[in-house]
Write a protein that binds this ligand. Structure first.
Ligand code: HEC
Ligand code: HEC
Length: 498
């Protein structure tokens, strides 16, 4: 009788959701099998899930990071008061700008960030688009880099001690020093060394009215502007605003502007803010810590493909995207579509030789730093020139680059003026044909590519998609407004505050 009842029930269920039930049973066993394989992978790769393990991360509420935030959002550091760090690195835009190629100075609307930010045609060659030739990487987790900043590593720690964030004993090389030689003014760590450069770039921040100031002289001019001393002593109505902030961050009640508001302290404060942007609490981390439900079935399949060698049917991603920060901090030529104005390399100057620009080595031709994949879901468009607008497309490029270039769809670019690039195929082909080209062809089905993308999405810290959570890293538009009117309170193309 009991047996009869059960089979009756089964019959009823079969006709309604029996399939789902059977599938769930199967799923459970299958998931356990996946968990076992992943456990082995996690162990053999020595993964902890936490790229910030044993690192000192500044607190966003520390006085230095707070002042750094004000500076990061201030157009006072733009030569013509129309650009700021945040113009290309907004927390609500994944620490980037959501554009393939950034727009710094002379934007039609300086406070409008993301899709819809445009600039005056006169500033750039309309055939190649905006004058900044590379995609803006995220500032999130800069505290986790130990060796290089920038796509070509031109800010480089000469002592590559893991965990040091570039603060090793032998110093940091920057574009201000020769290759392999430490820059005595590079500062405390990689983020500090990097933060001294955007203000020197005409296209990113400086503009074209201060071209007689270069390198150190523009940095000092800007520090003096904030402090009310030096060449632009009278441009701010309210100088005490910044002096008070520096006094409190540096715990110096009566230090003078000349003593406290120096270019070294300005860049140091900014770097403390950037280094506080630690977003690593991903589902992948929870999974490694033992929460097997943190990953979907699809993401688990993707993780296995990611960590499995191509000879064993995997996608071999971890050979470069290795470790808890998903990067070997090394350089590889993937022949990503070379869109934009380029770095002045090649026959007509529209190409970008990448790392070889620094090392002059043939093996570094067209090679770019392996990006971290933590939060990669929110840091698009992807690749060094931002040529891809979907994760599917950039992953597929890795599997068959020649095919991806051949079939490249420029309609994915939201900036219409960088489409129709006559030089893209030839420039990219040069990279593809170079002896340094680093990829093998790997055959995966669309479903497998989907699994890889699901795994990449499991590398997103939910805070990066939550405006309230990000609020700590974005100064309140009303409460904290700089009395000089230079705080960049970003809006999107519909006029809503970011
Ligand atoms: C016009 C857009 C723009 C502005 C403004 C700008 N940046 Fe960037 N930033 C970029 C681009 C593009 C790169 C990559 C350049 C390259 O690799 O050659 C970059 C790279 C970086 C990096 C390196 C990240 C990494 O992973 O290597 C950091 C950090 C950074 N910027 C911080 C700042 C700070 C701090 C400021 C203000 C002082 C600033 N940026 C202003 C566009 C911008
Ligand atoms: C040979 C080393 C190497 C291998 C193998 C590799 N990558 Fe990459 N990956 C890179 C480099 C280098 C870049 C940046 C290239 C550029 O921009 O020119 C990159 C870029 C990316 C990006 C874009 C990230 C961004 O911020 O723009 C994603 C996503 C990515 N890889 C995922 C994968 C996946 C998934 C696999 C496995 C199918 C994989 N990678 C295999 C080296 C590699």
């Amino acid at each position: 009788m009991k047996k009869y009842l059960i089979s009756l029930c089964t019959l009823v269920m079969l006709s309604t959701n029996g399939y789902v039930l059977a599938d769930k049973e199967h799923d459970k066993a299958y998931n356990e099998k996946l968990d076992k394989s992943l456990m082995r992978i996690i162990q053999s790769n020595d993964l902890t899930g936490d790229p910030l393990l044993n690192r000192t991360v500044p607190d966003i509420n520390s006085p230095k990071a707070q002042l750094g935030m004000d500076l990061f959002f201030s157009k006072t550091l733009g030569g013509d008061f129309d650009s700021a760090c945040v113009a290309c690195h907004h927390p609500a835009l994944g620490g980037g700008d959501n554009l393939a190629l950034p727009i710094g100075v002379e934007a039609d609307s300086p406070d409008l960030l993301g899709v819809g930010r445009t600039n005056d045609d006169a500033l750039h060659n309309p055939e190649v688009g905006p004058p900044v030739p590379r995609n803006a990487p995220t500032t999130f987790n800069v505290v986790a880099w130990d060796k290089f900043q920038f796509h070509d590593g031109r800010v480089e720690s000469l002592d590559k001690t893991p965990g040091a964030n570039g603060a090793g004993a032998s110093g940091i090389r920057t574009p201000d020093s020769a290759f392999g030689v430490a820059d005595p003014l590079a500062g405390n760590n990689l983020a500090h060394a990097q933060a001294r450069f955007p203000v020197t770039s005409n296209e990113e921040m400086k503009g074209f009215n201060h071209t007689e100031y270069t390198g150190q002289t523009i940095r000092e001019l800007l520090a003096g502007r904030l402090g009310g001393y030096g060449d632009e002593a009278d441009v701010l109505d309210n100088v005490s605003y910044w002096l008070e902030k520096f006094r409190s961050a540096l715990v110096s009640v009566d230090g003078s502007a000349e003593e406290l508001i120096t270019e070294q302290n300005v860049s140091m404060m900014i770097s403390e803010y950037e280094r506080s942007q630690a977003f690593v609490n991903t589902p992948w981390k929870s999974y490694i810590k033992g929460k097997t439900k943190a990953l979907s079935y699809e993401a688990k399949k993707g993780a296995i493909l990611f960590y499995t060698a191509s000879s064993e049917g995997g996608a071999n991603c971890s050979s470069c995207h290795s470790g808890d920060f998903f990067t070997d901090e090394s350089f590889h030529n993937l022949a990503m579509p070379q869109i934009g104005s380029g770095k002045g390399d090649g026959e007509d100057g529209s190409n970008d030789f990448g790392r070889a620009r620094e090392t002059a080595l043939a093996e570094d031709m067209f090679a770019f730093r392996t990006p971290s994949l933590i939060n990669v879901e929110v840091t698009g468009p992807w690749s060094h020139a931002g040529a891809y607008s979907s994760l599917e497309a950039v992953v597929k490029h890795h599997l068959n680059a020649a095919d991806a270039i051949e079939n490249y769809d420029d309609q994915q670019l939201t900036q219409a003026d960088i489409r129709n690039l006559d030089q893209m195929p030839a420039n990219t082909k040069e990279a593809l044909d170079s002896a340094s080209f680093a990829l093998e062809n790997i055959q995966l089905s669309d479903m497998q590519v989907g699994f890889l993308v699901e795994f990449l999405k499991a590398l997103t810290d939910p805070c990066t998609q939550d405006r309230e959570c990000l609020g700590q890293w974005i100064p309140d538009a009303e409460e904290r407004n700089d009395p000089n009117g230079d705080q960049l309170n970003a809006i999107d193309q519909n006029g809503n505050l970011l």
